[in-house]
Ligand binder design. Structure first.
Ligand code: XIL
Length: 382
């Protein structure tokens, strides 16, 4: 007998409850009832049916059956040099994100001299393999070019604004028509819901955010424009502030289409009430997307941590599957060999769904969730 999605979710909740009994694994109980079955299917704006040569049990093919694009961040060096990396990227994913090469420090290493080559290669790869591209990112306090950080403090607000506008218009114009979703503003909030005190905020106040969206829209009116941040998965001060802010932007007519939930989870912090948060942003008429999913843990990985990692991957994918406005589910790289986690979080790792190009249990968890979702009522697309 085929297991319905509702039954699958119930069994995951039972498994989650078991994990919560184990000290150190503080897993929150989902507090929201399962949503009503979705209504009739509308055609997605971007068809997700993959071409030939894509395995029927790949994440992208299974995602296509339920109208959800499955993506990965891509390491440009690996893409350029490793055919195994390339074939997994092509076969398993229908969306790609540049892990680094669309960030400002790569794009404009010297003022006025652009280095679009590595990102162009990714876009060409995506076109060759029927994939859409998430552009990441236009405005962020990290990975800014050295020429800018060196002079930023001494610039006037008008000068900073001119430089930011120039950067956004140049980059978005270069990729015009080739980007599905742009992360226009990345990580603008602190944990307490205040704005990150970056150079943009210091010089321009919060207006830099609305301006960035308007410039990006001017340069590519068809791209979906996102604000992207971490820890929005949890209900609390940060996601409350982000929701209030994006609603205000929309009310003011700022062209913002969506909100990206990075979803960098860690087994030691328990599970977020992600479904509730996706739903409340969707209810405010935003597209939402899981943009950087990974689940790190302390090394070496114990059996219980491995279970918790599977449960966390499952929670994030199932939450996205249950929200029709959740338009893509992207992992932040697919293989532990190239993960950003060990370099950023001391003693942690094993955050991805492959290692040494072999699928891990986390991969099979995602695959199974997608398979089971095809047994339920189709997702409604808007
Ligand atoms: C990370 C990359 O994965 C690393 O290779 C790089 O050294 C630093 O940035 N949130 C984001 C991503 O929005 O851009 C970050 O990517 C991870 C956290």
């Amino acid at each position: 007998m085929r297991i319905t999605r509702a039954q699958m979710v119930t069994s995951t909740i039972a498994a989650t409850a078991t994990l919560a009994l184990i000290p150190g694994i503080a897993l929150a109980q989902p507090s929201h009832p399962l949503p009503a079955p979705p209504g009739p299917v509308a055609h997605p704006t971007h068809p997700v049916t993959p071409g030939s040569g894509i395995p029927a049990d790949s994440l992208r093919a299974l995602g296509a059956k339920v109208g959800l694009r499955i993506g990965t961040a891509v390491n440009a060096d690996e893409l350029a040099s490793d055919s195994t990396y390339d074939s997994i990227t092509a076969q398993q994913f229908s969306t790609v994100t540049a892990e680094n090469v669309m960030k400002w420090d790569t794009i404009e290493p010297t003022q006025g001299q652009y280095n679009f080559g590595p990102a162009d290669q990714l876009v060409a790869f995506a076109e060759a393999h029927g994939q859409l591209v998430r552009g990441h990112n236009l405005v962020w306090q990290n990975q800014q070019p050295a020429w800018f950080t060196a002079e930023a403090a001494s610039l006037t607000p008008d000068q900073v604004k001119t430089i930011l506008k120039q950067h956004i218009i140049s980059e978005v114009s270069h990729f015009k028509g080739k980007i599905w979703q742009w992360d226009v503003v990345n990580e603008p909030f602190n944990e307490d819901g205040t704005f990150t005190n970056n150079i943009w905020y210091q010089k321009l106040g919060a207006d830099y955010i609305a301006d960035a969206f308007m410039w990006a829209h001017e340069a590519d009116p068809k791209a979906k424009l996102f604000l992207n941040d971490y820890n929005l998965e949890y209900t609390g001060t940060k996601s409350n502030a982000a929701l209030a802010f994006v609603k205000q932007l929309k009310a003011e007519g700022v062209p913002i289409d969506g909100v990206g939930f990075e979803t960098h989870l860690d087994t030691q912090y328990g599970q977020p009430d992600l479904l509730n948060n996706l739903q409340r942003f969707a209810a405010a008429d935003f597209d939402v997307a899981i943009t950087e999913a990974d689940v790190r843990t302390t090394l070496p990985v114990t059996a219980i941590e491995q279970s918790a990692q599977n449960a966390d991957y499952s929670l994030s994918l199932q939450a996205c599957l249950q929200v029709s406005r959740c338009i893509s589910y992207t992992v932040w790289g697919f293989d532990d060999q190239f993960s950003w986690v060990p370099g950023t979080f001391a003693g942690e790792g094993a955050a991805d769904i492959y290692n040494d190009f072999q699928p891990k249990p986390q991969y099979y968890t995602l695959q199974q969730d997608l398979e089971l979702a095809t047994g339920s009522a189709p997702r409604v697309r808007r």
